[in-house]
Design a protein around this ligand. Structure first.
Ligand SMILES: Nc1nc2c(ncn2[C@@H]2O[C@H](COP(=O)(O)OP(=O)(O)OP(=O)(O)O)[C@@H](O)[C@H]2O)c(=O)[nH]1
Length: 362
C-alpha cells in the first residue's frame, strides 16, 4: 500500500464513526425538507467546506429550488468561538449562477459527477438519483478535486439519502395522482410560512431593491365541478381515471416551481409564486382553461372552480386556506367554472373580511 493510500485510508477510518453517527441522525428524520438540510449538514464538514448546496429538479428535470447551507465561525465577545450555520431555500431561480447551470447540465447528460474551474477553485457537482433518474445535484466549491476516498464517501451518503428520501416521499404522495397529499401540505405549513416570511435574497438581488416578504405567494383551492355526477353516471373507476387525468393536466398547466397538492377527494390546493394579483389570476385562469379545453374519455367535458388569495405570512395558514375556500364556495354559488380572488370579493361587498376569530376549518 502506498503512503498516500495508507493516509487516506486512515483518514477515512477516522471519519467513519462520525459519518455513521451522522447517517444515523439523518435517517431518524421524518420530514423530507429537514432531511435535505441534514444532508448538507453531514457532507459540508466531512469535506471541509463551509458552503454546500442542493439543487432540486422536477420530473421534467427543470430546476425548482435550491437549498444553500453556510457555516461560519463567529468569535464571541468573551473570545470563545462557535460555529454558526445559515440555511436558505431559494425558489426564485433567476439568479442561479450560469456556471452552476452549465455544470449541472453536464452532470445530467453524463450521469456522473463533474467539475469546473471557478477562479482558483473547483466547482464540483454530484447527481442525486430518484427512481433511477437524476432528481437533483449536490454542489460545492473547494480548492482541490475530491480524492477517491472522498468520492466513495459522497456517493455512499447520497445513496443513503436518496433511498431514505424516496421512502419518506411515498408517505407524502397521494397514491392515485402522485401529487403531494394533504398530510404533506399540513406538515409543511410551518416550514412554508417561514420561507414566505423571509425576504427573498436572490429576488432582491435580481430586482435591485427590497421586496416585501410573502407578497409573491398565492394559495388557491381548486375543486372539480359536479364530480358526483361523473361517478354516478360512469362509475367510480372512470371517476378515478378522470381525477388522475385532471391532476396531470393541472400539474402541467402550473409552472415547475409551483406546488400542487391533492387536498382530498376532488379538491386540490396550489401554492404559486406571482408578483401581483393579475399574474396570479392569469395562472389560475390558465389552469381553468386547460381543463375546460380538454376532451376527457367518456365524460368529455369537465370544469373546475378556483378560489384563491394571497399567502400572507402574517396570517395563519388555516385562515389563508379559509379565505381561498370561501372564494371557491362563492365561485360554485355563481355557477362554477370560474376563478375568484378573496380581496376582490371583499371589495365587491360579497362578504366581509374574515375576522381571525371567525376562521372555520374545512
Ligand atoms: N372516483 C372518485 N371519486 C371521488 C374520489 N374522492 C371523492 N370522490 C367523489 O367526488 C364527489 C364529490 O361530490 P360533491 O362534494 O357532492 O361535489 P360535486 O359533485 O363535485 O359538486 P360541486 O363541488 O358543488 O361542483 C363525490 O361523489 C365523491 O364520492 C376519488 O378518489 N375517486
Amino acid at each position: 500500500m502506498t503512503t498516500e493510500n495508507k493516509i487516506s485510508n486512515e483518514t477515512s477510518q477516522n471519519r467513519l464513526p462520525g459519518l455513521l453517527g451522522k447517517l444515523g441522525k439523518m435517517t431518524s428524520i421524518r420530514d423530507t425538507e429537514v432531511l435535505e438540510q441534514s444532508l448538507l449538514r453531514t457532507l459540508g464538514p466531512l469535506l471541509g467546506v463551509l458552503d454546500t448546496a442542493l439543487y432540486r429538479t422536477d420530473d421534467r428535470q427543470a430546476l425548482i429550488r435550491v437549498i444553500n447551507y453556510h457555516r461560519s465561525k463567529v468569535v464571541e465577545a468573551d473570545g470563545v468561538s462557535r460555529v454558526v450555520e445559515r440555511i436558505e431555500e431559494v425558489t426564485n431561480l433567476a439568479a442561479v449562477a450560469g456556471d452552476v447551470i452549465g455544470l449541472t447540465d453536464n452532470v445530467r447528460l453524463l450521469g456522473k459527477p463533474c467539475t469546473r474551474l471557478r477562479g482558483s477553485e473547483v466547482l464540483i457537482a454530484y447527481p442525486l438519483y430518484g427512481d433511477n433518474e437524476v432528481c437533483g445535484y449536490f454542489v460545492f466549491q473547494r480548492d482541490r478535486e475530491v480524492s477517491p476516498t472522498e468520492d466513495t464517501m459522497i456517493r455512499g451518503v447520497l445513496e443513503v439519502f436518496s433511498n431514505y428520501y424516496a421512502l419518506l416521499d411515498i408517505s407524502q404522495r397521494d397514491r392515485l395522482t402522485g401529487l403531494l397529499n394533504r398530510q404533506a401540505l399540513e406538515s409543511n405549513f410551518d416550514r412554508l410560512w417561514t420561507v414566505l416570511a423571509q425576504p427573498d435574497f436572490y429576488a432582491e438581488r435580481a430586482a435591485g431593491r427590497r421586496t416585501t416578504p410573502g407578497s409573491n405567494y398565492w394559495l388557491g383551492v381548486i375543486d372539480i365541478d359536479s364530480f358526483k355526477q361523473v361517478n354516478d353516471t360512469f362509475g367510480h373507476m372512470v371517476g378515478d381515471e378522470i381525477l388522475l387525468l385532471a391532476a396531470r393536466l393541472m400539474s402541467n398547466a402550473f409552472r415547475s416551481g409551483d406546488l400542487l397538492y391533492r387536498y382530498g377527494g376532488e379538491e386540490f390546493v396550489a401554492i404559486v409564486t406571482a408578483e401581483n394579483e393579475a399574474i396570479a389570476r392569469n395562472i389560475f385562469e390558465r389552469v381553468r382553461l386547460a381543463v375546460e379545453a380538454c376532451t376527457f374519455p367518456r365524460v368529455e367535458k369537465l370544469t373546475i372552480s378556483v378560489g384563491y388569495c394571497q399567502a400572507d405570512p402574517n396570517i395563519l395558514p388555516v385562515e389563508v386556506l379559509s379565505r381561498a375556500d370561501r372564494s371557491l364556495y362563492q365561485a360554485k354559488q355563481d355557477g362554477r367554472n370560474r376563478v375568484y380572488e378573496y380581496q376582490e370579493l371583499v371589495r365587491a361587498g360579497v362578504f366581509k373580511e374574515i375576522d381571525a376569530n371567525e376562521v372555520e376549518f374545512f
